[in-house]
Design a protein around this ligand. Structure first.
Ligand SMILES: NC(=O)c1ccc[n+]([C@@H]2O[C@H](COP(=O)([O-])OP(=O)(O)OC[C@H]3O[C@@H](n4cnc5c(N)ncnc54)[C@H](OP(=O)(O)O)[C@@H]3O)[C@@H](O)[C@H]2O)c1
Ligand SMILES: [Zn+2]
Length: 337
């Protein structure tokens, strides 16, 4: 089988098609013929050599957390899925025995890690991590859900976002950003989203973004947000200067949930404003398999349509990463092996 492997950690030019043996499932595993796999900034960081997880010693490396496809074969102990089933993978890898695995939520598992290997024609996965897809859910839609939508869904829940809340989402045009806008709207909340690009903000029309602000300068953005209102919650996947900005605009007692560091791993914050304003900063990573099941149901019911910027053939995987790196896309980029 073919895989789009990272063969050099130099960015999009470091992706090459390689031949690998088609995997055989172990007793608890399933092999899925991958029909769609979405990429995330996490994969791009690995490809750029900006992740401690993968070094030159681990190459070639097949990344890809979010895959959907048809089950090809299952191991002897597997009863949850059978060959021919349409499925999407929950990429959570958990120990199953720590207190968070026992009592939940599972994404807090003390040995938490992520599946990698979706950027290939077939993937060997733990069968228990597969969620069955109704016929009405397209493979490309399903592949868009796991990382971006699970993460945004969990962030909204941890911020206890509810009807009429105002949610500020700096960087509203990418995977987590768009998912945050769409899901906040389903929660009954209004959103303020930002982007460096007017054109990309225009493409968000119709997905429920109440207020679009073009800009990147934190002082300008602060003024623009304050002119609209006082957010009850901030979904912060950018970090850097956006953390201080988010805390500045947050209402008293408001919640900022942080999941990423695209704009910088370190942030200066005003500690006095934090405690005098009774504000909360909450770290969050991924979501639970139950969250993914809920998201699949939302898509099946027609309540949620994942936003897919473009699809690419396996041999065009480098182009998809270039589009992400160049900040050209809105929503998710999906590879269709
Ligand atoms: N902890 C977790 O479980 C988890 C899960 C998913 C994602 N994340 C993190 O969340 C972040 C977003 O991931 P993603 O896959 O959604 O990425 P993505 O699709 O590439 O996000 C693109 C968005 O980020 C903005 N952006 C890109 N570079 C920027 C910069 N230098 N300064 C300011 N804004 C910038 C873009 O703004 P423009 O419109 O202006 O281009 C766009 O809105 C990443 O840091 C990722 O690692 C964490
Ligand atoms: Zn655990």
């Amino acid at each position: 089988m073919r895989a789009a492997a990272f063969t050099d950690l130099i960015g999009p030019d470091g992706v090459s098609l390689i031949e690998q043996p088609t995997p055989e499932p172990g007793p608890t595993e399933a092999v899925v013929d991958v029909e769609a796999a979405s990429i995330n900034r996490h994969d791009l960081w690995i490809l750029e050599g900006d992740s401690a997880m993968v070094t030159a010693d681990n190459l070639p490396f097949v990344s890809g957390l979010d895959l959907a496809g048809e089950v090809r074969a299952v191991g002897d102990d597997v009863t949850s899925v059978t060959p021919g089933d349409r499925v999407v993978l929950c990429p959570n890898e958990t120990c199953g025995v720590c207190r968070f695995c026992r009592e939940g939520p599972e994404n807090l598992c003390e040995s938490y890690s992520l599946y990698h290997g979706g950027l290939a024609e077939a993937a060997c996965v733990e069968a228990a991590r597969l969620v069955t897809l109704p016929d009405s859910v397209e493979m490309t839609q399903a592949a868009a859900l796991p990382t971006a939508y699970m993460t945004a869904y969990q962030m909204l829940r941890r911020a206890r976002v509810g009807p009429t809340d105002l949610v500020f989402i700096p960087g509203a045009t990418g995977g987590v950003g768009v998912a945050g806008v769409q899901l906040a709207s389903i929660f009954g909340a209004r959103t303020i989203g930002t982007s460096s690009s007017r054109d990309k903000l225009d493409q968000l029309e119709g997905i429920g973004l109440a207020h679009a602000i073009q800009g990147t300068d934190p002082d300008d953005l602060r003024e623009s947000v304050q002119a609209i209102g006082t957010p009850d919650a901030v979904l912060n996947h950018l970090g850097g200067a956006y953390t201080g900005l988010g805390l500045d605009v947050l209402r008293r007692g408001g919640r900022m949930v942080v999941c990423g560091r695209t704009a910088g791993q370190f942030s200066d914050i005003d500690i006095a404003d934090l405690f005098l304003g009774h504000k909360r900063v909450i770290g969050s990573t991924m979501g639970t398999q139950t969250d993914l099941e809920t998201l699949v149901e939302l898509v099946a019911e027609g309540a949620l349509t994942p936003i897919i910027d473009d699809t690419y053939l396996l041999e065009q995987t480098g182009d998809a990463f270039a589009a992400m790196q160049n900040r050209e896309s809105v929503g998710k980029l999906v590879i269709t092996p």
